[in-house]
Design a protein around this ligand. Structure first.
Ligand code: AMP
Length: 297
């Protein structure tokens, strides 16, 4: 089993072609729905009383929700706007609401999870939570500019406590105060994580371990409408694949990164969560085949 912890949100996403208001989102939501394509996934998250039955039903269709708390107050809200090229997103608002002082409880069944993903969330909460698992074989975390700017030393401490970090290139630079991605990864490895996966949006990713760099291409797409959650879907697929194989062999970690690129590509093709929700049986296999064809020479 895989446990995913992090934000479940009501997002307002402003793209050049469409604005979505208060739609189901959140880093943990994207990651967990993505990983559920590979393995049973339990979600630990908090939502407020404004979280609709319809959204609850979407989560329960894909995920084990023993770890979902409904608290008095409003759900975490995020408001972001993309530029015309869809390559830059500015954050207009981050309202923590019930996430602010959330004290997560790990259900007994989840404590046995050997694979744990700490999606974007308060790094102090993430570090506390990972210590509650009895038998972790592989843990991974992400972070975002909001936490780097407000709690940088807690983010560094979180990195000490996980096996892998999956982070986008701009955030890696902001966090490490380096400009070169190799230097960024070296610094994060010195802080304690063994594997550093730096995502580069449509250009794929670089994974660093030992003295090795493993680059992967993004799955090339002509029609991208909303990149929200692509990174979370990437991470969810990666750790979901590993959890399904119950392994941390490097050859499988490399395959997991490829699945990350594939699931990320589904996320950006439609607005909000729709890209992930519309995946049908066989779609992932088919895209993996095209991906393999694409990178062969
Ligand atoms: P991504 O596009 O991969 O950066 O992830 C976008 C998702 O992250 C959105 O659905 C947001 O709800 C969520 N998010 C944005 N800011 C934060 C934050 N500070 N902490 C946790 N989750 C966040």
């Amino acid at each position: 089993m895989l446990t995913v912890f992090g934000s479940t949100a009501l997002d307002t996403i402003r793209t050049p072609t469409k604005t979505l208001k208060n739609v189901l989102g959140g880093a943990a939501t994207y990651a967990a729905i993505s990983s559920s394509n590979f393995v049973k996934t339990g979600l630990i998250a908090v939502v407020g009383e404004d979280f609709s039955r319809k959204n609850h039903n979407i989560l329960s269709k894909y995920l084990d929700l023993q770890g979902l708390t409904i608290s008095k107050g409003k759900t975490f809200r995020y408001d972001g706007k993309y530029d015309n090229t869809l390559s830059t997103r500015s954050t207009l608002k981050t309202e923590l609401n019930v996430l602010g002082d959330f004290k997560p409880i790990v259900p007994d069944e989840y404590k046995k999870s050997q694979f744990v993903y700490l999606a974007n969330n308060d790094p102090e909460q993430n570090t506390k939570l990972i210590k509650e698992f009895d038998n972790v074989k592989f843990s991974m975390c992400d972070t975002i500019d909001f936490w780097i700017s407000t709690k940088r030393s807690a983010v560094i401490k979180m990195i000490k406590n996980v096996d892998a970090v999956v982070i986008n290139d701009e955030e890696a630079k902001l966090l490490t105060k380096e400009h070169n991605l190799i230097k960024c990864a070296k610094k994060m490895r010195q802080w304690g994580a063994k594997y550093i996966i730096i995502k580069k949006g449509e250009h794929g990713s670089l994974m660093f371990y030992d003295d090795v760099v493993f680059p992967t291409a993004g799955f090339s797409l002509e029609n991208v409408v909303d990149p929200t959650g692509a990174g979370d879907s990437f991470a969810g697929a990666m750790i979901g694949y590993l959890a399904s194989k119950k392994t941390t062999k490097i050859s499988e970690i490399k395959k997991a990164v490829v699945y990350g690129n594939v699931l990320g590509s589904f996320a950006v093709e439609r607005y909000g969560l729709d890209g992930l929700l519309k995946i049908k049986n066989g779609d992932i296999k088919k895209r993996l085949k095209s991906y393999e064809k694409m990178i062969q020479f």
